[in-house]
Design a protein around this ligand. Sequence first.
Ligand SMILES: [Zn+2]
Length: 234
Amino acid sequence: MQPMPEDWDRAVAVVAHPDDLEYGVAAAVARWTGQGKQVTYLLATRGEAGIAGLPPDQVGPLRMEEERRSAEAVGVTAVEFLDHQDGLVEYGVPLRRDLATAFRRLRPEVVITTSFDLTWGDEGPVNHADHRAVGLAVLDACRDAANEWVFPEAGPPTSSIRDAYVATAGNPTHFVDVTATIDAGIASLREHTAYLDGLGRDFDPDEFLRNLAGYIGLGAGCEYAIAFHRYPMG
Ligand SMILES: [Zn+2]
């Protein structure tokens, strides 16, 4: 793994649900916003199907608010939600169009998302269908955004995107040293109070993130790190 290059100014981080970025990526986001970079969060859904026993019309607004507070904890004020249905996000042209439209408007140099592998690790549980759909669509929408003949109604094309980085994927190529920002990352995850309470089991954000980032740090040569797989777009 190499250190992730930091010679860029604008990133968009795209995930399916409120809380997806807070399981590690947010600690890296805190480092970037601390350097004065602009990071926008783009959520495919409002996470309305994420809490057992609570109906979607109550959960959606609650989780949007939790995501905004999570973002604030790591210096992000721009949080946007697309209106795909939580649990039923489909990989396809409508999702690619929504993502490409956002990329053309925001003109990021770097796009961040999380794993779209079928499973978490070789023998781990199956990754959520929404994560698989969104991760793959993000990579394709980076290219769509640059093609003037694809989605011509979605604004002027942009070839601003240099690289997409996928967090928690197998075979990481790059790492971000989050030793100085792990606390902000933990604070960010803690903001998902309703969601974490809804899990119905003990979960300690501090312990979880320090274990995850500490393990990656062993391979990266620092105390805490977050790993990414880079897909060059140039
Ligand atoms: Zn998720």
